[in-house]
Design a protein around this ligand. Sequence first.
Ligand code: ADP
Ligand code: ASP
Ligand code: MG
Length: 406
Amino acid sequence: MGLYVYKFGGTSVGTAERIRAVAGKVLAARERGDDIVVVVSAMSGETNRLVALAQEMQEEPEPREMDVLLSTGEQVTIALLCMALRDKGMLAVSYTGGQVRILTDDSHTKARIQEIDNERIHSDLSAGKVVVVAGFQGVTESGSISTLGRGGSDTTAVALAAVLEASECHIYTDVDGVYTTDPRIEPRARRLERITFEEMLEMASLGSKVLQTRAVEFAGKYNVPLRVLSSFSDGEGTLITYEESEMEKALVSGIAFNRDEAKVTIEGIPDRPGVASSILSPVADANIEIDMIIQNVAADGTADFTFTVHRNDYRKAYEILSSTCRQLGARKVSGDEQIVKISLVGVGMRSHAGIASTMFRALAEEGINIMMISTSEIKISVVVNEKYLELAVRTLHKAFDLSEAG
Ligand code: ADP
Ligand code: ASP
Ligand code: MG
């Protein structure tokens, strides 16, 4: 007997039948004697549909109004799930984020949770109820509805598990755990029994959308036992943990990739102190996040400067660079929107050299050109043309023996 937070993603609540199946999973847990708090996403496709509708109204809608709109998706599923739970004879109550006081800052569309009032939930649980909370949303100090960024229901679930001191937080989704890479790209990807918080954090922030990065951060910070499992089948899933598993002492644990990348280059800039800052300051002022940066100096004493941005920010970054180019008297600006970032992640890299060279050799043998490289203690990322995404992921998966157990 324990307290569990169960989160069900969009596909898992995508139809009436699936919502009834979720109610069935909750019933089984109640019959084992567990207290259950359920967090649900909007039905699959709904958040995208709402985003598209907003864009028909205005090119750049007010973030506050976006949040009023986007939060409606989850409100539908909490009510439907409660009905399904009651239909199976359970007591159940639904709450929006605001109603359980998931208090956030006021950065609409990407708000951060600051505080949660757990009293109401505890008293409902004591009264024998299943508590169903809308994922992805909260309320600001001034009472406006906020949302937590795409994939944010994961974060709602982990944050609730933290304040309620749940035994475990279960993220039920359409795959039966965290895999060595996205199984949609490499069907031979292998489910990991365990992965460390550190690795999962890298995987998520480098593009593996199976968990929202902030959810992993939160779970790590508050030491919430976190498990990713399938909504559709039984199984142990993947446990995200602090311990490094004895069984899986792999050098590389997984491969992440990110399709939302673009790069811009300013060529032939005079190479003197202050140039990098005069290129990047206006980009930062426009709230554009920069990821990788490369500067190379040519024999004629001028430099080329390249950096990557989110594809949505490409046009804006290009325009800013074009005006910087005129100011600095640089030669020209160029860009590429057809790039992807592919990353190897593993705590085993810390103590092993030679991973980068194996990676680069494997890619070279397939004729895949590497445009940019960046490394840290537990990851190596490369930027390549997007047409190579699948080939590169599969090539690396093979080169590091990720399909084989062990
Ligand atoms: P949900 O709607 O349940 O939140 P998501 O679509 O956000 O589900 O996340 C699940 C998806 O994440 C899977 O269908 C899978 O394609 C993708 N994914 C990406 N990388 C991985 C990985 N390393 N392991 C498992 N799934 C991954
Ligand atoms: N419905 C939101 C989204 O699609 C939040 C979530 O599902 O986690 O991003
Ligand atoms: Mg998700």
